[in-house]
Design a protein around this ligand. Structure first.
Ligand code: FES
Length: 141
């Protein structure tokens, strides 16, 4: 059984398992908006070692990532199937989930949603400005 090494953790998976679903089922948050259809390009993971144990690039994967794996070492996890031991870096997904945390709804333990906090803005200087009247450009003859 192949092993995926992620952040000092070894995940044992079935031979030929999908990389994205294997990571998600083991508690790793992999960013995606397409749900694994190879259209959003957000499920990228970096392959640290064992790239020879991965499935070939699909047409859709090449469309999104280009033909630069030898430089970036990145694969779309939703399009990648694992046939042997690999080591992956998913740190970019941890950072994204943290940066989006301000957009999440925060609930208190009691279940009530906190009231909106009024933000005072400084008064605008100069008051209301009327838009300029439209003047057609003069024709140069
Ligand atoms: S999940 Fe959207 S491209 Fe992989």
């Amino acid at each position: 059984m192949p092993i995926i090494k992620v952040e000092d953790k070894n995940i044992e998976i079935e031979d030929g398992a999908n990389l994205r679903t294997s990571l998600i089922s083991n508690g790793y948050q992999i960013t995606s908006t397409c749900g694994g259809c190879a259209s959003c390009g957000l499920c990228v993971v970096a392959i640290k070692s064992g790239d020879e144990n991965l499935s070939e690039f699909t047409f859709e994967e090449k469309q999104i990532l280009g033909n630069v794996f030898h430089i970036t070492k990145e694969r779309l996890s939703c399009q990648t199937f694992v046939n042997g031991d690999i080591e992956v870096d998913v740190s970019m997904h941890q950072q994204k989930s943290n940066s989006n945390s301000k957009n999440k709804t925060i609930r208190r333990k009691s279940g009530e949603i906190p009231e909106k906090v009024a933000v005072e803005r400084p008064p605008k200087e100069g008051g209301f400005r009327r838009p300029r009247a439209f003047k057609p450009e003069k024709e140069n003859k």
